[in-house]
Design a protein. Structure first.
Length: 343
């Protein structure tokens, strides 16, 4: 159920190549040897192989054909070497089995502790085409999140900022394991409409304050999802169609947005939201007085107060505690603004 980066743990699993090679070599050598020893009899290669196997496994059956002194000495050599290599192989197998189970238990406990410590985190359900794009965006922004799906690719399990849970998200126990009670947001991105609806219902019951975004492939489903408790719905086909239409209407504008707005490191512009704390020094001051543009390089494009949005506020706009500031700038500029905002 739980997966994490296990490259170090894999080094503890021993490879049985050497004992397996020794055992095969002894079986082949024994078969050839008995075939040579019984040259004057009517034995065949199967008789020689059979004699080798019962010698190595200490079954204790009688000799297939009589053995002289040379044959008995050869049998003792095959027995000692064969039994040794067989037990060597079995010991490695049992050790690996014990190690795997031990690591699996430790891994589950370690990931569970990590999940229990999570709060205000994001959970993504479904790793299809839509879910993959959502997780890629979170990975690019270096945001720790939980992914839930019945099958998760190994490359995703190995990422340090991703906690992977393989299971059915319609099961409340799986959502609880992901610590949904303490989560900030839930992205429901499975391709099945009824599954999305069921997950939204369960999630809303488990966490009333959770912000839920769900995939919706049609208008009828969108209404049901909103009634079930989703805060937002997104139709990936509608969003794609709208973008294609916008490109056809204003290709230069869309090229500008695609070229300059992004989430990766570099000079891409990003839009982020910042909340003023209750006792923030900026309370009662205007944007002009704070001179945010000159000090940080970001531009305030909106202020959200009591669910009302003030777009492109003027310099005389007076800030209050608990205001949500929507700023645009590069990653470095936004980090500088965050320092100023919380200083």
């Amino acid at each position: 159920m739980f997966y994490k980066n296990s490259s170090k743990e894999d080094q503890r699993i021993k490879k049985p190549y050497i004992p397996l090679f020794l055992l095969v070599t002894i079986i082949v050598g024994g078969t050839i040897g008995y075939d040579i020893i019984w040259t004057d009899t009517d034995s065949n290669i199967i008789d020689a192989l059979y004699m080798t196997i019962i010698t190595i496994t200490t079954v204790g059956y009688a000799e297939v054909f009589p053995l002289d002194t040379t044959g008995r000495i050869f049998t003792m050599i095959i027995g000692v070497l064969g039994i040794g290599s067989l037990f060597y192989l079995l010991s490695i197998f049992m050790e690996n089995l014990f190690t795997y189970q031990l690591l699996n238990i430790r891994g589950k406990k370690k990931v569970q502790k990590r999940l229990d410590k999570l709060s205000n985190h994001i959970i993504v359900v479904g790793y299809g085409r839509v879910g993959e794009l959502a997780t890629k965006e979170l990975i690019d922004r270096d945001i720790e999140f939980v992914i839930i799906d019945k099958e998760i690719p190994d490359e995703l399990k190995s990422l340090s900022n991703v906690i992977s849970i393989e299971g059915d998200a319609t099961d409340d126990a799986i959502l609880s394991i992901a610590n949904i009670e303490e989560a900030k947001s839930l992205v429901v991105a499975t391709a099945d409409a009824s599954t999305n609806l069921f997950i939204v219902l369960s999630a809303r019951e488990l966490n009333e304050k959770l912000f839920i975004i769900s995939r919706s492939d049609n208008t009828l489903l969108e209404k049901k999802l909103l009634r079930a408790g989703a805060d937002r719905t997104l139709n990936p086909y509608s969003a794609g169609g709208q973008k294609m239409a916008n490109i056809a209407i204003d290709p230069q504008i869309m090229d500008f947005i695609d070229s300059n707005l992004g989430t990766k490191d570099g000079d891409f512009l990003k839009i982020e939201q910042f909340e003023l704390s209750e006792n923030n020094d900026w309370h009662g001051k205007t944007l002009k007085e704070l001179d945010i543009r000159q000090k940080s390089g970001v531009t305030i494009i909106g202020v959200i107060r009591d669910n009302d949005t003030n777009l492109n506020p003027f310099g005389e706009f007076e800030l209050k505690s608990k205001d949500q500031l929507v700023a645009i700038g590069t990653k470095a500029q936004l980090m500088k603004f965050n320092e100023l905002c919380n200083s």
